[in-house]
Write a protein that binds this ligand. Structure first.
Ligand SMILES: [Zn+2]
Length: 389
Protein backbone atom coordinates (compact mmCIF):
# COMPACT_ATOMS: atom_id res chain seq x y z
CA UNK A 1 0.00 0.00 0.00
CA UNK A 2 2.76 2.41 0.95
CA UNK A 3 5.01 1.48 -1.97
CA UNK A 4 3.86 4.19 -4.44
CA UNK A 5 4.19 6.82 -1.70
CA UNK A 6 7.65 5.62 -0.78
CA UNK A 7 8.68 5.66 -4.43
CA UNK A 8 7.46 9.24 -4.68
CA UNK A 9 9.33 10.22 -1.50
CA UNK A 10 12.48 8.57 -2.83
CA UNK A 11 12.29 10.34 -6.17
CA UNK A 12 11.95 13.70 -4.45
CA UNK A 13 14.49 13.04 -1.70
CA UNK A 14 11.85 13.41 1.03
CA UNK A 15 12.03 11.92 4.51
CA UNK A 16 9.16 9.72 5.73
CA UNK A 17 7.30 10.25 9.02
CA UNK A 18 5.10 7.55 10.55
CA UNK A 19 2.32 8.79 12.85
CA UNK A 20 0.08 6.74 15.12
CA UNK A 21 -1.98 7.43 18.23
CA UNK A 22 -2.00 6.18 21.80
CA UNK A 23 -5.70 6.27 22.73
CA UNK A 24 -4.84 5.14 26.26
CA UNK A 25 -2.62 8.22 26.76
CA UNK A 26 0.79 6.50 27.11
CA UNK A 27 3.17 9.46 26.71
CA UNK A 28 6.21 7.51 25.56
CA UNK A 29 7.19 4.99 22.93
CA UNK A 30 6.26 1.47 23.95
CA UNK A 31 8.41 -1.66 23.44
CA UNK A 32 5.99 -2.56 20.64
CA UNK A 33 6.72 0.83 19.01
CA UNK A 34 10.47 0.25 19.33
CA UNK A 35 10.17 -3.09 17.58
CA UNK A 36 7.84 -1.91 14.79
CA UNK A 37 9.75 1.37 14.17
CA UNK A 38 13.03 -0.52 14.08
CA UNK A 39 11.71 -3.01 11.55
CA UNK A 40 9.99 -0.42 9.34
CA UNK A 41 12.91 2.00 9.26
CA UNK A 42 15.44 -0.69 8.58
CA UNK A 43 13.53 -1.83 5.54
CA UNK A 44 13.01 1.81 4.43
CA UNK A 45 16.72 2.46 4.73
CA UNK A 46 17.40 -0.34 2.29
CA UNK A 47 15.22 1.60 -0.18
CA UNK A 48 16.21 5.17 0.41
CA UNK A 49 19.73 5.13 1.82
CA UNK A 50 20.69 7.65 4.45
CA UNK A 51 17.56 9.78 4.83
CA UNK A 52 16.34 10.29 8.41
CA UNK A 53 12.90 8.93 9.28
CA UNK A 54 10.45 10.22 11.85
CA UNK A 55 8.03 8.51 14.15
CA UNK A 56 5.37 10.50 16.00
CA UNK A 57 2.62 9.65 18.44
CA UNK A 58 -0.55 11.67 19.05
CA UNK A 59 -2.26 11.58 22.45
CA UNK A 60 -6.01 11.99 23.07
CA UNK A 61 -5.60 15.72 23.89
CA UNK A 62 -3.85 16.34 20.54
CA UNK A 63 -0.34 16.55 22.01
CA UNK A 64 2.45 15.08 19.92
CA UNK A 65 5.84 13.63 20.69
CA UNK A 66 8.29 11.98 18.38
CA UNK A 67 11.74 10.83 17.44
CA UNK A 68 13.94 10.52 14.40
CA UNK A 69 15.63 7.34 13.40
CA UNK A 70 18.93 7.15 11.63
CA UNK A 71 21.56 4.46 11.21
CA UNK A 72 22.81 5.48 14.70
CA UNK A 73 19.51 4.77 16.45
CA UNK A 74 16.65 6.94 17.80
CA UNK A 75 16.83 10.58 18.86
CA UNK A 76 13.93 12.45 20.55
CA UNK A 77 12.49 15.44 18.68
CA UNK A 78 13.13 18.55 20.79
CA UNK A 79 10.31 20.53 19.21
CA UNK A 80 7.25 19.74 17.11
CA UNK A 81 5.41 22.69 15.53
CA UNK A 82 1.87 22.40 14.17
CA UNK A 83 0.58 25.28 12.06
CA UNK A 84 -3.17 25.37 11.70
CA UNK A 85 -5.76 27.93 12.78
CA UNK A 86 -3.99 27.48 16.11
CA UNK A 87 -0.19 27.49 16.29
CA UNK A 88 0.95 24.75 18.65
CA UNK A 89 4.37 23.67 19.84
CA UNK A 90 5.12 20.42 21.63
CA UNK A 91 8.21 19.21 23.42
CA UNK A 92 9.23 22.55 24.95
CA UNK A 93 10.17 22.74 28.62
CA UNK A 94 8.86 25.39 31.00
CA UNK A 95 10.67 28.47 32.29
CA UNK A 96 10.10 30.56 35.44
CA UNK A 97 8.08 33.76 35.17
CA UNK A 98 10.39 36.74 35.78
CA UNK A 99 9.24 39.95 37.42
CA UNK A 100 9.08 41.81 34.09
CA UNK A 101 6.70 39.10 32.82
CA UNK A 102 4.32 39.04 35.82
CA UNK A 103 1.52 41.09 34.28
CA UNK A 104 1.72 39.20 30.99
CA UNK A 105 1.55 35.99 32.97
CA UNK A 106 -1.53 37.28 34.82
CA UNK A 107 -3.16 37.79 31.42
CA UNK A 108 -2.07 34.72 29.47
CA UNK A 109 -0.64 32.37 32.12
CA UNK A 110 2.86 31.05 32.78
CA UNK A 111 2.56 28.50 29.97
CA UNK A 112 2.29 31.18 27.29
CA UNK A 113 5.02 33.31 28.89
CA UNK A 114 7.30 30.28 28.87
CA UNK A 115 6.36 29.48 25.26
CA UNK A 116 7.09 33.06 24.10
CA UNK A 117 10.50 32.95 25.77
CA UNK A 118 11.38 29.84 23.77
CA UNK A 119 10.27 31.17 20.39
CA UNK A 120 12.36 32.80 17.70
CA UNK A 121 10.37 35.19 15.53
CA UNK A 122 11.48 36.86 12.30
CA UNK A 123 10.42 40.42 11.47
CA UNK A 124 11.02 41.51 7.89
CA UNK A 125 10.79 45.27 7.56
CA UNK A 126 11.70 47.43 10.58
CA UNK A 127 10.04 50.65 9.52
CA UNK A 128 6.42 51.82 9.84
CA UNK A 129 4.62 48.71 11.07
CA UNK A 130 7.73 46.60 11.75
CA UNK A 131 9.10 48.88 14.46
CA UNK A 132 5.83 48.49 16.41
CA UNK A 133 5.88 44.72 15.95
CA UNK A 134 9.45 44.75 17.35
CA UNK A 135 8.31 46.75 20.36
CA UNK A 136 5.33 44.51 21.10
CA UNK A 137 7.14 41.19 20.67
CA UNK A 138 10.02 42.51 22.78
CA UNK A 139 7.65 43.58 25.58
CA UNK A 140 5.98 40.16 25.47
CA UNK A 141 9.36 38.61 26.23
CA UNK A 142 9.88 36.68 22.98
CA UNK A 143 13.19 34.84 23.37
CA UNK A 144 14.77 35.51 19.99
CA UNK A 145 14.09 38.02 17.22
CA UNK A 146 15.58 38.05 13.73
CA UNK A 147 15.33 41.53 12.20
CA UNK A 148 15.69 42.12 8.47
CA UNK A 149 15.81 45.53 6.77
CA UNK A 150 18.51 46.89 4.45
CA UNK A 151 17.64 50.58 4.95
CA UNK A 152 18.93 53.50 7.03
CA UNK A 153 16.86 55.90 9.06
CA UNK A 154 16.19 59.17 7.20
CA UNK A 155 14.41 62.33 8.26
CA UNK A 156 11.36 61.33 6.21
CA UNK A 157 10.98 58.15 8.37
CA UNK A 158 10.91 59.89 11.75
CA UNK A 159 7.13 60.31 11.68
CA UNK A 160 6.59 56.58 12.03
CA UNK A 161 9.59 54.53 13.19
CA UNK A 162 9.27 53.87 16.88
CA UNK A 163 12.48 54.56 18.85
CA UNK A 164 14.21 56.29 15.92
CA UNK A 165 15.74 59.64 16.83
CA UNK A 166 16.71 62.81 14.98
CA UNK A 167 20.33 61.85 15.60
CA UNK A 168 19.72 58.43 13.96
CA UNK A 169 18.54 60.22 10.83
CA UNK A 170 21.62 62.49 10.84
CA UNK A 171 23.92 59.52 11.42
CA UNK A 172 22.18 57.25 8.95
CA UNK A 173 21.68 54.52 11.57
CA UNK A 174 20.45 51.21 10.19
CA UNK A 175 16.77 50.59 10.94
CA UNK A 176 17.58 47.12 12.30
CA UNK A 177 20.10 48.64 14.72
CA UNK A 178 17.54 51.13 16.06
CA UNK A 179 15.22 48.25 16.93
CA UNK A 180 17.99 46.05 18.31
CA UNK A 181 19.09 48.90 20.59
CA UNK A 182 15.53 49.42 21.86
CA UNK A 183 14.74 45.72 22.38
CA UNK A 184 17.98 45.02 24.22
CA UNK A 185 17.36 48.00 26.51
CA UNK A 186 13.96 46.56 27.55
CA UNK A 187 15.60 44.04 29.86
CA UNK A 188 13.94 40.81 28.76
CA UNK A 189 17.18 39.22 27.59
CA UNK A 190 15.83 38.82 24.04
CA UNK A 191 18.53 37.63 21.62
CA UNK A 192 18.36 39.92 18.60
CA UNK A 193 20.09 39.10 15.34
CA UNK A 194 20.10 41.69 12.60
CA UNK A 195 20.38 41.47 8.83
CA UNK A 196 20.83 44.81 7.07
CA UNK A 197 20.29 43.01 3.79
CA UNK A 198 17.79 42.39 1.10
CA UNK A 199 15.46 39.45 1.66
CA UNK A 200 16.80 37.89 -1.55
CA UNK A 201 20.03 36.87 0.17
CA UNK A 202 20.96 33.33 1.13
CA UNK A 203 21.99 34.17 4.69
CA UNK A 204 18.68 35.97 5.29
CA UNK A 205 16.60 33.12 3.88
CA UNK A 206 18.52 30.64 6.05
CA UNK A 207 18.05 32.76 9.20
CA UNK A 208 14.31 33.10 8.57
CA UNK A 209 13.97 29.38 7.78
CA UNK A 210 15.12 28.79 11.35
CA UNK A 211 12.34 30.96 12.88
CA UNK A 212 9.17 29.62 14.51
CA UNK A 213 6.96 32.44 13.22
CA UNK A 214 7.54 35.30 10.76
CA UNK A 215 5.99 38.77 10.46
CA UNK A 216 6.10 40.57 7.12
CA UNK A 217 6.03 44.36 7.53
CA UNK A 218 6.88 45.45 4.00
CA UNK A 219 5.27 47.46 1.25
CA UNK A 220 7.00 45.71 -1.61
CA UNK A 221 5.08 43.01 -3.45
CA UNK A 222 8.15 40.98 -4.39
CA UNK A 223 9.40 40.96 -0.78
CA UNK A 224 6.04 39.80 0.55
CA UNK A 225 5.85 37.12 -2.14
CA UNK A 226 9.33 35.83 -1.25
CA UNK A 227 8.60 35.76 2.49
CA UNK A 228 5.40 33.87 1.73
CA UNK A 229 7.51 31.37 -0.18
CA UNK A 230 10.03 30.97 2.65
CA UNK A 231 7.19 30.39 5.11
CA UNK A 232 5.63 27.74 2.87
CA UNK A 233 8.86 25.83 2.22
CA UNK A 234 9.84 25.78 5.90
CA UNK A 235 6.34 25.33 7.39
CA UNK A 236 6.33 28.63 9.24
CA UNK A 237 3.19 30.58 10.20
CA UNK A 238 3.34 33.99 8.51
CA UNK A 239 1.59 37.21 9.61
CA UNK A 240 1.56 39.87 6.92
CA UNK A 241 0.76 43.46 7.91
CA UNK A 242 -0.41 45.73 5.13
CA UNK A 243 -1.63 49.31 5.22
CA UNK A 244 -3.18 51.19 2.34
CA UNK A 245 -3.75 54.92 2.79
CA UNK A 246 -5.10 57.07 -0.01
CA UNK A 247 -4.88 60.83 0.35
CA UNK A 248 -4.79 63.75 -2.06
CA UNK A 249 -1.74 65.31 -0.41
CA UNK A 250 -3.73 68.42 0.53
CA UNK A 251 -5.47 67.00 3.58
CA UNK A 252 -8.21 64.93 1.94
CA UNK A 253 -8.14 61.30 3.11
CA UNK A 254 -10.40 58.91 1.24
CA UNK A 255 -9.22 55.49 2.30
CA UNK A 256 -7.28 54.03 5.24
CA UNK A 257 -7.51 50.25 5.14
CA UNK A 258 -5.26 47.89 7.02
CA UNK A 259 -5.07 44.14 6.70
CA UNK A 260 -3.49 41.43 8.79
CA UNK A 261 -3.15 38.28 6.75
CA UNK A 262 -2.40 35.03 8.49
CA UNK A 263 -0.90 32.51 6.06
CA UNK A 264 -0.65 28.79 6.69
CA UNK A 265 1.93 26.89 4.62
CA UNK A 266 -0.52 24.63 2.79
CA UNK A 267 -3.26 27.26 2.42
CA UNK A 268 -3.86 30.33 0.31
CA UNK A 269 -1.10 32.84 -0.42
CA UNK A 270 -0.90 36.62 -0.66
CA UNK A 271 -0.98 36.19 -4.42
CA UNK A 272 -3.98 33.85 -4.47
CA UNK A 273 -5.76 36.24 -2.07
CA UNK A 274 -4.95 39.02 -4.58
CA UNK A 275 -3.22 41.16 -1.95
CA UNK A 276 -0.15 41.35 -4.16
CA UNK A 277 -0.08 41.44 -7.93
CA UNK A 278 2.05 39.23 -10.17
CA UNK A 279 2.87 42.28 -12.34
CA UNK A 280 4.32 44.21 -9.40
CA UNK A 281 6.17 41.15 -8.08
CA UNK A 282 7.74 40.84 -11.53
CA UNK A 283 8.54 44.56 -11.88
CA UNK A 284 10.00 44.96 -8.40
CA UNK A 285 12.13 41.83 -8.54
CA UNK A 286 13.41 42.90 -11.99
CA UNK A 287 14.34 46.32 -10.57
CA UNK A 288 16.10 44.66 -7.62
CA UNK A 289 18.04 42.18 -9.74
CA UNK A 290 18.93 44.33 -12.67
CA UNK A 291 18.06 48.05 -12.66
CA UNK A 292 19.31 48.53 -16.26
CA UNK A 293 17.11 45.78 -17.60
CA UNK A 294 14.21 47.19 -15.59
CA UNK A 295 14.65 50.68 -17.08
CA UNK A 296 14.84 49.24 -20.59
CA UNK A 297 11.71 47.11 -20.15
CA UNK A 298 9.92 50.00 -18.45
CA UNK A 299 10.79 52.32 -21.34
CA UNK A 300 9.25 49.84 -23.77
CA UNK A 301 6.15 49.50 -21.60
CA UNK A 302 6.76 45.83 -20.81
CA UNK A 303 6.83 46.13 -17.05
CA UNK A 304 4.72 47.83 -14.38
CA UNK A 305 5.91 50.83 -12.34
CA UNK A 306 7.88 49.27 -9.49
CA UNK A 307 8.17 52.44 -7.43
CA UNK A 308 5.33 52.79 -4.98
CA UNK A 309 5.68 55.36 -2.23
CA UNK A 310 2.53 55.73 -0.19
CA UNK A 311 1.57 58.08 2.61
CA UNK A 312 2.15 56.58 6.06
CA UNK A 313 1.44 57.62 9.65
CA UNK A 314 2.42 56.18 13.01
CA UNK A 315 -1.05 55.82 14.55
CA UNK A 316 -2.36 53.65 11.73
CA UNK A 317 0.82 51.56 11.63
CA UNK A 318 0.72 51.05 15.39
CA UNK A 319 -2.91 49.91 15.28
CA UNK A 320 -2.27 47.35 12.54
CA UNK A 321 0.93 46.05 14.14
CA UNK A 322 -0.95 45.59 17.38
CA UNK A 323 -3.76 43.76 15.58
CA UNK A 324 -1.20 41.39 14.02
CA UNK A 325 0.61 40.66 17.29
CA UNK A 326 -2.70 40.05 19.09
CA UNK A 327 -3.83 37.70 16.30
CA UNK A 328 -0.57 35.78 16.76
CA UNK A 329 -0.99 35.65 20.55
CA UNK A 330 -4.56 34.39 20.17
CA UNK A 331 -3.40 31.57 17.91
CA UNK A 332 -0.60 30.63 20.31
CA UNK A 333 -2.67 30.84 23.49
CA UNK A 334 -6.15 29.88 22.31
CA UNK A 335 -8.12 32.58 24.17
CA UNK A 336 -10.51 33.23 21.28
CA UNK A 337 -13.65 31.19 20.81
CA UNK A 338 -13.08 31.14 17.06
CA UNK A 339 -9.79 31.25 15.15
CA UNK A 340 -11.38 30.23 11.85
CA UNK A 341 -10.44 33.34 9.86
CA UNK A 342 -7.20 34.14 8.09
CA UNK A 343 -7.56 37.84 7.41
CA UNK A 344 -8.60 40.77 9.55
CA UNK A 345 -9.46 43.85 7.56
CA UNK A 346 -10.15 47.23 9.12
CA UNK A 347 -11.03 50.62 7.70
CA UNK A 348 -10.25 53.63 9.80
CA UNK A 349 -12.26 56.04 7.62
CA UNK A 350 -15.46 54.02 7.80
CA UNK A 351 -14.64 52.48 11.20
CA UNK A 352 -15.30 48.84 10.60
CA UNK A 353 -13.41 45.64 11.21
CA UNK A 354 -14.19 42.32 9.60
CA UNK A 355 -12.69 38.85 9.46
CA UNK A 356 -12.36 36.88 6.23
CA UNK A 357 -11.72 33.21 5.48
CA UNK A 358 -9.79 32.22 2.34
CA UNK A 359 -10.57 28.56 1.77
CA UNK A 360 -8.83 27.82 -1.53
CA UNK A 361 -5.18 26.76 -1.28
CA UNK A 362 -2.68 28.55 -3.52
CA UNK A 363 -2.17 26.44 -6.65
CA UNK A 364 1.38 27.70 -7.04
CA UNK A 365 2.71 27.42 -3.47
CA UNK A 366 0.62 25.08 -1.31
CA UNK A 367 2.03 21.91 -2.84
CA UNK A 368 5.48 22.99 -1.69
CA UNK A 369 4.49 23.18 1.99
CA UNK A 370 7.23 21.80 4.20
CA UNK A 371 9.55 21.15 1.26
CA UNK A 372 12.51 22.42 3.33
CA UNK A 373 16.00 22.62 1.88
CA UNK A 374 16.27 22.05 -1.83
CA UNK A 375 18.57 23.09 -4.63
CA UNK A 376 18.27 25.81 -5.69
CA UNK A 377 17.05 27.22 -2.40
CA UNK A 378 13.25 27.78 -2.49
CA UNK A 379 13.36 26.71 -6.16
CA UNK A 380 14.58 30.24 -6.90
CA UNK A 381 17.58 30.10 -9.26
CA UNK A 382 19.19 33.33 -7.93
CA UNK A 383 19.56 31.76 -4.49
CA UNK A 384 21.80 28.93 -5.70
CA UNK A 385 22.46 25.86 -3.60
CA UNK A 386 22.25 25.87 0.15
CA UNK A 387 25.59 25.08 1.71
CA UNK A 388 25.37 22.53 4.50
CA UNK A 389 27.47 23.61 7.47
ZN1 LIG B 1 2.60 3.20 19.98
Amino acid sequence: MAVPLLEKAMRRGLAVVKIHSHPGGLAEFSPVDDASDGELFESLRSWTGDLPFGSMVMLPDGKLFGRVSSANGFRQLSRIAVTGDRIRFFGLGSTDVREQELRTSQAFGPGTVSLLRQLKIGIVGCSGTGSWVCELLGRHGVGGLVLVDPDFVELKNLNRILNATYQDALDGTLKVNVQKRAIEAMGFGTLVSTFAKDLMDRSVVEALADCDIVFGCMDSHDGRDLLNRIAVFYNIPYFDVGVSLHADGLGGVSHVVGRVNYLQPDGSSLLSRKHISAELVDAQSCLRRNPHEYEARRGEGYVANAHVESPAVAGVNCQLASLAVNDCLARLHGFRSDDGHDEICMCIVNTYMQTIRHEEPCLRLAKRAGRGDCAPLLDVPQLGERCVA
